[in-house]
Design a protein around this ligand. Structure first.
Ligand SMILES: C[S@@+](CC[C@H](N)C(=O)[O-])C[C@H]1O[C@@H](n2cnc3c(N)ncnc32)[C@H](O)[C@@H]1O
Length: 205
């Protein structure tokens, strides 16, 4: 694994990894490269490089911790797990029932350009409409925005102040602290008050 990572990192650093080469890498090496990319830096783009922390050897520490987590992920995947590669609406149509729980972490509103597959305002509307019709429970994560705040009126939510992990501290950063943001979790059910209390979270409506 170390060898593949080394080669992959060299290619990305040299800015020479092209889409064609990524295909030629094959599934396993591509997966290893992707794992390396998302776990050792931020703002990763397989064809354009990535940023990494200049603080406290963060890059190596994050990668090491991610590799340790692989064991837990492997154990979990040996159980009754199905991985779907479908549009959210198809997933919900297929799996929704009174016993289903959906955790939805869609592309963030107004960040359509971050993703290869466009997820526009119409898709956000489609998601909110579909969520309102589910038989199962769901949690939806995102940030306050005019559409969600209007369409999700009356649904309970909590706010969590987080530092944005997608912003690393680079040698070129003007600030040495990450920006903070209020992330929101909306629920279509009443979350357990004991759990909210344990984490000091206040339920709002
Ligand atoms: C904010 S990210 C979620 C990241 C994820 N929670 C994780 O930890 O890796 C949004 C995800 O939505 C996916 N996505 C984009 N369009 C989608 C669609 N129509 N249906 C389902 N998922 C979609 C993107 O590929 C991206 O992985």
């Amino acid at each position: 694994m170390a060898c593949i990572l080394k080669g992959y990192k060299a290619k990305i650093n040299a800015g020479v990894l092209k889409k064609k080469e990524a295909v030629e890498l094959g599934d396993v090496d591509s997966a290893v490269g992707m794992f390396f990319l998302v776990n050792s830096g931020f703002g990763g783009n397989p064809y354009g490089g990535f940023g990494y922390s200049v603080n406290r050897g963060g890059e190596a520490k994050r990668l090491k911790n991610a590799m340790l987590r692989l064991r837990c992920i492997h154990k979990r995947l040996l159980g009754n797990v199905f991985i779907e590669c479908l549009d959210f609406e198809d997933v919900m149509n297929k799996w929704d029932s009174e016993k289903t729980f959906f955790y939805c972490d869609p592309p963030y509103y107004n960040t359509e350009h971050y993703y290869d597959k466009h997820f526009g305002k119409e898709d956000h509307r489609r998601l909110l409409n579909r969520l309102k019709q589910t038989k199962g429970k769901w949690i939806l994560s995102g940030y306050h925005n005019e559409l969600y705040d209007k369409e999700l009126q009356g649904f309970p939510y909590i706010e969590v102040n987080v530092s944005k992990p997608s912003y690393g501290i680079t040698v070129n950063s003007k600030s040495m602290t990450r920006p903070r943001a209020t992330e929101v979790l909306w629920f279509n059910y009443e979350p357990d008050p004991a759990i909210l209390q344990k984490y000091g979270l206040e339920l709002k409506r």
